[in-house]
Design a binder for this molecule. Sequence first.
Ligand code: CDT
Length: 315
Amino acid sequence: SRILTVAAAQLGPIQKSESRAVAVDRMVRLMERAHKRGAELVVYPELALTTFFPRHYHADRAEADRWFEESMPSNETAPLFAAARRYGIGFHLGYAEIAQEADAAGLVRRRHFNTAILVSPAGEILLKYRKVHLPGHAEFDPNRAVQHLEKRYFEVGNLGFPVIRAPMGGQPGVNMGMMICNDRRWPEAWRVLGLQSVELVMVGYNTPSTNQAAAGFEAHHLRVFHSHLSVQAGAYQNATFAVAVAKAGTEDGCELFGHSIIVNPQGEIMAQATSWDDELITADCDLDMCRLGRTTIFAFDKHRRPEAYGRITGQ
Ligand code: CDT
C-alpha cells in the first residue's frame, strides 16, 4: 500500500475587515494540528487569505487589487511557508494572483487570476493552477442580494489542468492535480485530470448556501448535495482521491455552506467537516486504491470512445 495522510483545513469565515495576518495565523495553527495528527499534506480553501471578495462590487476595478497577492510568498504569507518547513508538510493554497505576464497578443500587463498552488515541505512551489470555470457576472447586478463578480475580477485561467508527479510525505511519487470551486461541477475538468492518471485532486471552494441567481427556488439541502455529488462522481469516474475544502460560515453577512470532504476512488466520503468553523479533517489515503478503477471499468485506453465524443472535443 502507498499511504498518504491528507488533511483538509476548512476555514471558518474571514470578514472583510480582517487582515491576511489573522487568516494566516489561523492557517498556521491548523497546520500545526495537522502535523500532530500525522498529516503529510494540508489543503486550504479557494481564496483562503481574505473574505470571498467577489461578493463586493468595486466600480473601479483597480480598487479590488487590495484583495490580490503580487508575490508568493510575501511577507504576509511567509509564516505558512515557514510552518511547512518546520513541520515537513506540503500544502495547497488558494489565493488571488496578480501576474505581470504577456497576454495572447504578446502584451505584458498586470493580469488577474483565481489561483491555487501546491507547495512542497521545503517551501518550493511545485504546481500552479488558475481557475478555468469562472461563475457569476462582470457587472453589478441589481437583481441579486449578493453579487458574485468573478467574471469582473479574474481572467479565465491559462494553464489548463496540469498534473504533477512529485514526492509527498513518505511517497516518492504522487500524481497531484487541482481545480478550483466551480470547476468541480464540470466533468470535463475531472476527465482532463483523469487522463493524466491523477491520484489526488485538491479543490478549494467558497459556495454560498443560497443560489442568488436561481430562476426558481433551489432548496438549501440541494446545494450541499450537488457539491458532494460532483466531487464523489468526479473521484469515482476518474479513479482518484479528492479533497474538497470549503470556507464556511457567515462571512460579511453571507452564508457559505462548508461540508468539506475527503473522498476515495470509489466515490465514498472518508471524512467530512461538521462545523462552519476552522476545522481539520484527515484521512489515510492508500493511493494504490486508484488502480482498481483505472485498470478495470475506467481503463481509459481500453474502453473510452473519443471518436463518439466529437461534440465535447470540438472535432
Ligand atoms: N467560488 C465559486 O466558484 N462558487 C460557485 C458558486 C456559484 S454561484 C454564482 C460554485 O460553483 O460553488
